[in-house]
Ligand binder design. Structure first.
Ligand SMILES: *Cc1c(COP(=O)(O)O)cnc(C)c1O
Length: 354
């Protein structure tokens, strides 16, 4: 039986995508070849790469606005250093909202001066800092739109003339934003878009080429752009499966339609956390994430009972990250409202039994 998968990543993808991807492993486009054995230079795969790149820009509303989409390897973690290596001449600003931002800061320091413009470390990252002043002499300001581990999400992005760079690994394609506010967006595929192994990078081309340092080819955005995201063998299967998910988002009605469903799911889980006296949310209410809901049991003695109840209900991946503890329900795009209802029922059952 298919589990209700609340895993933070790699995460659930649409069932139709799993079916189509598995079919392509056996026979891709009736070619008599598996997607795993075709040349990445074949016309069929070049079409996949081009469709994936253009769907990404189309869904984000960035077509014809000077942006390029790349599918790279090395995860979002490689983007922590690539962004700095390609964009940081003198000084960059970072908003520190959690584990991933902290890691991005560490890498950026290898390439120049890093200013921590604001941080929520003082409260174990349970909120999003607001009302901070952004220095005007920054090469860029780096943000993390959704903090997967802590369950906070930026609802309003700062207004500034400094170019914005954003790690959107765990909420890309989940909500409508004015994506043209950002000069660079990156996202590991495995949180909301595809299997692990591909990283989507969306770059406004005019921010490149302004630094003096030499950049190794594999880490140079301009080289990847000039080669159509095919400088070396791309992660063929991860790109193909991501493309299928992007087609699914489009078929659903685009990001607007997906967002509507995501809001319903978030409302359902958070209203249970709020009304059920056995549970307590982790993140500040105004900042809580529509993708990762973090919460804990008020009475730790109920852990065993609750854990066995959700396991029996066919729920997977509910344990919180070790730095927060408790539970985390990741309710990414492909998770159904029905799955959230199953979890909410279990939480209600626990209250009735306790
Ligand atoms: C998971 C995650 C990362 C790390 O991604 P990798 O692809 O494993 O390197 C970075 N940032 C955010 C916000 C994440 O959720």
């Amino acid at each position: 039986m298919k589990k209700h998968n609340f895993s933070a990543g790699p995460c659930i993808l649409p069932q139709d995508v799993f079916k189509e991807a598995s079919q392509a492993i056996l026979d891709f486009n009736n070619s008599g070849l598996s997607i795993l054995e075709i040349s990445h230079r074949s016309n069929d795969f070049v079409d996949v790469m081009e469709e994936a790149r253009s769907l990404a820009l189309e869904l984000l509303g960035l077509e014809g606005k000077g942006y390029k989409a790349l599918f790279l390897q090395g995860g979002a973690s490689t983007q922590f250093l690539m962004t700095a290596q390609n964009l940081l001449s003198k000084k960059a600003g970072y908003i520190n909202t959690g584990t991933w931002s902290s890691k991005a800061i560490k890498e950026a320091k290898l390439f120049g001066e890093v200013v921590e413009v604001a941080s929520s470390k003082d409260a174990n990252f349970n909120y999003i800092p607001k009302g901070y002043d952004i220095p005007t002499d920054l090469d860029y300001l780096h943000l993390t739109s959704n903090n997967t581990i802590f369950g906070t999400q930026i609802k309003e992005f700062p207004t500034t003339n400094v170019p914005l760079v954003c790690d959107m690994s765990s909420d890309i394609f989940s909500r409508q934003l004015d994506f043209s506010k950002f000069s660079l967006i990156y996202a590991g595929a495995q949180k909301n878009m595809g299997p692990a192994g591909a990283t989507l990078v969306i770059i406004k081309e005019d921010i490149l080429g302004q630094i003096e340092r030499e950049i190794p080819s594999m880490l140079d955005y301009q080289i990847h752009i000039s080669k159509g995201s095919m400088f070396n063998t791309p992660p063929v299967f991860a790109v193909y499966t991501s493309m299928l998910t992007l087609r699914w988002v489009k078929k659903m009605g685009g990001i607007a339609a997906v967002e509507e469903l995501n809001e319903k799911k978030a409302k359902l889980i958070y209203s249970e956390i709020d009304v059920n006296p056995l549970f307590q949310g982790f993140a500040a209410i105004e900042d809580r994430s529509d993708m990762n809901a973090t919460f804990k049991l008020v009475d730790g003695d109920l852990k065993e009972a609750f854990d066995s109840m959700w396991n029996e209900a066919g729920i997977n991946g509910l344990n919180g990250h070790r730095s927060v503890g408790g539970y985390r329900a990741s309710i990414y795009n492909a998770l159904s409202l029905d799955s959230v209802a199953v979890l909410v029922d279990v939480m209600g059952d626990l209250e009735r039994k306790a």
